[in-house]
Design a protein around this ligand. Structure first.
Ligand code: NDP
Ligand code: PYC
Length: 343
């Protein structure tokens, strides 16, 4: 589970009101109306679903990147067809989600026409969770995979220098009679955002999470952030996943490796400029005629075998609760957001 605790108490804010507040912040800091609308919906959705490490906690980081000139909040992405089932997208140093959405319509046509398609996005800033990108595909009957690399803050197994980003991957599949099964996880022991929340709140990290600046194991989040690094999850196996994601999201797309991200000339910048890859498949092409039923059956067996919940179920439960009762925000966080909006 996420290391950071999801707030369950605070001032309840309706989803639409949170989107509107975030939209004012983005517009005030120089984004286009389209970018403000997309990022506000995305970030508020993370907060609504309890993706705490990528909810409103990230807003000062978005603002820092915009104010420092590191990211272009008005970028116009370009979309290019590299084959009947391959889209190349240049986000033009803008945010990843508006670039993705600019290409999504054509991408869906390619998936329907060919049974599978790839979208390779470069020069893109992804500062959020990945599940908002893939869950809608599964709701449209498709299987989706996405990969993003970030900035060097993860050492390879046994290493001292950070080479990899926290490099998340997400997978979404339709399930007959139920919400899609979606997992969305970093290739590191935990997300960098969770380390920062732990440092802010004075928590120690679980053993095996990271190393200090000398490469020694530490549970101190400040030591991880101050010249140290996270470890991949699961030793060499997570290391290989982190490697694969650098290859798919950066080498293949033309985006920067996590190690190449250099924002030193932009103090306050926090959004890594790298790349993102999507692979989306129409499962009906498998010819079984019963794909979503088969997935539902497998989930039934997994639960019968003892797993108490599937990935995504916590988010869906929290979504239902916060849409009904409001999204709880700590008063200090709400005040910070209102100040950034100039209210
Ligand atoms: P978590 O470890 O919190 O969760 C990973 C996945 O496991 C989720 O799908 C979660 O589902 C599921 N899960 C957690 N606990 C259980 C359980 N007990 N049983 C079954 N499933 C479970 O994620 P991470 O900390 O690795 O990553 C957090 C977020 O950070 C992700 O959304 C990721 O995309 C984002 N991130 C973004 C980066 C970027 O560059 N943009 C970089 C790194 C991370 P559920 O959500 O329902 O709990
Ligand atoms: O939480 O590791 C993280 C992260 C990096 C970039 C965006 N989120």
């Amino acid at each position: 589970a996420a290391f950071a605790q999801t707030a369950e108490s605070g001032t309840p804010v309706a989803f639409a009101d949170l989107v509107a507040l975030l939209e004012r912040i983005f517009l005030r800091h120089g984004t286009s109306e389209r970018v403000a609308a997309i990022l506000s919906e995305n970030c508020a959705s993370c907060e609504r679903d309890g993706s705490t490490s990528h909810g409103v906690f990230r807003i000062p980081g978005y603002v820092g990147s915009l104010k420092s000139g590191w990211v272009d909040g008005r970028a116009e992405p370009t979309v290019e067809e590299a084959g009947p089932a391959f889209l190349r997208v240049d986000a033009a140093n803008g945010f990843a989600q508006p670039a993705f959405l600019a290409a999504r319509g054509r991408f869906l046509e390619m998936v329907r026409d060919n049974g599978v398609a790839v979208m390779a996005i470069r020069n893109s800033h992804h500062f959020s969770a990945l599940w908002p990108d893939v869950e809608p595909f599964a709701r449209e009957g498709l299987v989706a995979l996405s990969f993003v690399n970030s900035f060097a803050c993860v050492v390879p197994p046994g290493g001292k220098a950070a080479v990899y980003g926290t490099n998340p991957m997400a997978f979404a599949t339709p399930v007959a009679g139920a919400d899609p099964m979606v997992f969305d996880q970093a290739a590191s022991s935990m997300a960098n955002g969770d380390v920062r929340i732990a440092a802010r709140e004075g928590h120690v990290l679980p053993a095996g999470s990271g190393v200090d600046r000398d490469g020694k194991p530490t549970t101190d989040p400040k030591a991880v952030l101050d010249g140290g690094a996270l470890l991949p999850f699961g030793g060499h196996k997570g290391g290989s996943i982190a490697f694969m994601i650098e290859v798919l999201a950066a080498a293949l797309t033309g985006g920067k490796y996590s190690r190449e991200v250099d924002w030193s000339a932009h103090p306050g910048a926090e959004t890594p400029c790298t790349g993102q890859l999507f692979i989306v498949i129409d499962p009906e092409r498998g010819g079984t005629g019963a794909f979503a039923d088969r997935v539902a059956g497998l989930i039934g067996e997994v639960k019968e075998a003892g797993q108490d919940r599937m990935p995504g179920e916590r988010r869906y439960a929290r979504r239902a609760r916060t849409l009904r009762d409001g999204i709880p925000l700590a008063p200090a966080r709400l005040a910070e957001l209102r100040a950034l909006a100039g209210d």
